[in-house]
Ligand binder design. Structure first.
Ligand code: SF4
Length: 365
């Protein structure tokens, strides 16, 4: 697994510090910055960087792989966080771990406390590679709406080339937010918003919040009116597998302005790990409900994608809808995949996928 945190020797700072590591001469695609930390020396185990006159020792065997990475160093801690990896398309900033929902398959179970890192995240965006796409997730980022909107405004002003992919539960918008949203460049933001069933009581049960569907329905319409580019996200569970056809009818009738509908397999982490046996649906055996939903949605002109589905678990006619959705740092393949001809176009598995309790229909193609 790719390491997102690296051991460092602590440096004398009193505030969190964001710097961009440089191990080679800067290219023309990223302007030099006072926040660049240049490599001074390295050996097989460590690399020393110059951070405004201080030496930052990073424990790594692959110093060159850090070139262009934007990292966060927190006072007194012996680790750095790779906020934005220059060589990756899968960079996400965790805005908060607080959430007002408690979804039964949540991969990042909510925590009570919040640390405001917007200033550091803004600096990270400023230092990001040209035309990067940066995810913003939680928890629920819009629990901190005023700060988040301010961050987006400043980030888009400083770096109009950056695209954002915001994951939000869609519960925290008001009509009065319209002007703020319209002041953003909405074309460069993809809004990933979950909807689990067209039946309000089933959706509410999955997100563990009474009345959530009603608020979601209102806010999806509001976001559409405000020009949001919407990615509807539906995780397939035993709780909603039989609801997919009705949901396909709902999204194509009421949410057809959406950019894409993503039907997603489950990630075995957080609450999903706890509820795996009850909720994991082996779609390598039971694909019919998904096929019907995809046929309906595509037939009615709604772009539809399958996220987190290994290709061999999907009938050949539906593989064109699969995407490389699993982030590089948490992606793995099984020994079965070693000689599979589809490997380069397959998303594989999450690092924590339990092969003994997962799909029964995995097989080299
Ligand atoms: S065997 Fe592995 S690489 Fe091949 S399709 Fe299945 S999961 Fe993907």
């Amino acid at each position: 697994m790719i390491q997102l945190q690296l051991k460092v020797e602590p440096i004398p700072i009193v505030e969190p510090l964001v710097v961009r590591l440089r191990t080679s001469l800067p290219d023309t695609s990223a302007a030099a910055s006072d926040h660049d930390a240049r490599i001074v020396s390295h050996d097989a185990e460590t690399a020393d960087f110059d951070v405004n006159g201080f030496s930052l020792r990073v424990h790594t065997r692959h110093a060159e792989s850090l070139d262009g990475d934007v990292v966060l160093i927190v006072p007194g801690r012996g680790t750095l966080h790779r906020l934005i990896r220059a060589s990756s398309n899968h960079n996400t900033l965790l805005i908060t771990e607080q959430c007002d929902q408690k979804c039964i398959m949540c991969s990042q179970p909510p925590k009570k406390y919040h640390t405001d890192m917007f200033d550091q995240f803004l600096q990270a965006v400023v230092l990001a590679p040209m035309e990067a796409t940066i995810g913003l997730s939680g928890g629920e980022p819009f629990l901190h709406k005023a700060r988040l909107l301010e961050f987006l405004r400043k980030a888009q002003t400083a770096r109009p080339d950056i695209r954002f992919h915001i994951l939000t539960n869609g519960q925290h918008f008001e009509p009065s937010d319209e002007a703020d949203l319209k002041s953003l460049n909405m074309a460069s933001i993809l809004w990933g918003i979950p909807i689990y069933a067209a039946n309000p009581s089933i959706h509410d049960l999955i997100v563990a919040k009474g009345g959530a569907f009603e608020i979601l329905a209102r806010n999806l319409a509001f976001l559409g009116k405000a020009g949001a580019v919407l990615e509807l996200r539906t995780v397939v569970l035993n709780s909603n597998i039989t609801e997919l056809e009705e949901l396909a009818n709902h999204v194509t009738r009421h949410l057809s302005f959406s950019h894409v509908w993503a039907i997603m397999q489950l990630e075995n982490i957080g609450y999903a790990r706890m509820n795996w046996d009850a909720e994991f649906c082996d779609t390598s055996r039971e694909f019919d409900s998904i096929a019907t939903a995809v046929d309906l949605a595509v037939g009615r002109g709604l772009r539809t994608k399958l996220y987190n589905f290994p290709l061999c678990t999907v009938p050949p006619a539906y593989r064109e809808y699969c995407t490389l959705s699993i982030s590089d740092w948490k992606q793995k393949f099984l020994s079965t995949c070693d000689d599979c001809r589809l490997r380069s176009s397959c998303t594989g598995f999450f690092e924590w996928y339990p092969d003994k309790r997962g799909f029964s229909g995995i097989g080299s193609q």
